[in-house]
Design a binder for this molecule. Structure first.
Ligand SMILES: [Zn+2]
Length: 216
């Protein structure tokens, strides 16, 4: 790799990643496997870009990073313009309590029992943030359906997430564990519900405000 103004370890490591997107390990050690620069023949991609492929020491998964700057390694290692795959992250527009549960559900996907319980707690916290504070998660989901906050399909899925979180929580006698696939479905639903209830609304509100400001 090229020179840099800051101290680059040998081998250079990708430092911009909080958790490995493949295995979820925190502060992953990601030494470079390959690095180089590219240019496209299309005029839109004619300026040189700096790419690196980095390998997680825990799981061997490869993460690709790109920097529009080709001058300093630190730009690629510490401040890349693109990282693939991305580490899942709960959106800022989701209320604090629900967002923290959702982030923990995302971070523990390889410990599916923990992840499923956190996804259930996240859904519960989202419904509470919508003013449904009485009773259990079971009754909150049904209330959300009758209030028109959830559609029938979403309520059915929310009950699946609730059941998935109850199995490890109550050490279900017949079927206490959830699979990684089941946990992933619960996390996907909690994320989709957060997008539907909070992220989309906040984005639309910002759009309306921006349009108003442009008119003034
Ligand atoms: Zn990994």
């Amino acid at each position: 790799m090229r020179n840099s103004t800051s101290q680059i370890p040998n081998p250079p490591t990708l430092n911009a990643i909080r958790r490995c997107p493949h295995c979820g390990v925190a502060s992953p050690y990601l030494p470079v496997k390959w690095a180089g620069t590219t240019k496209g023949s299309d005029a839109a991609f004619a300026s040189e870009r700096h790419w690196g492929a980095f390998c997680c020491s825990s799981c061997g998964g490869v993460i690709v990073a790109m920097s529009n700057s080709t001058t300093y390694d630190a730009d690629l290692l510490d401040r890349p313009d693109l990282v693939f795959p991305k580490t899942p992250s709960a959106a800022d527009d989701i209320p604090e309590v629900a967002r923290k549960f959702l982030q923990q559900a995302m971070d523990t996907i390889h410990a599916p029992d923990a992840s499923a319980v956190m996804a259930g707690s996240s859904v519960d916290a989202m419904l509470k943030a919508k003013g449904l504070t009485e009773g259990s998660l079971y009754s909150r989901i049904d209330q959300a359906l009758s209030n028109g906050i959830l559609t029938q399909g979403m309520a059915d899925w929310a009950h699946e997430v609730r059941l998935g979180s109850n199995r490890p929580r109550h050490a279900d006698g017949d079927n206490p564990h959830v699979t990684e696939e089941e946990a992933r479905q619960s996390v996907d639903f909690a994320e989709a519900l957060g997008n539907f209830l909070f992220v989309l609304t906040a984005r639309i509100q910002r759009g309306i405000e921006a349009a108003k400001a442009a008119e003034d």
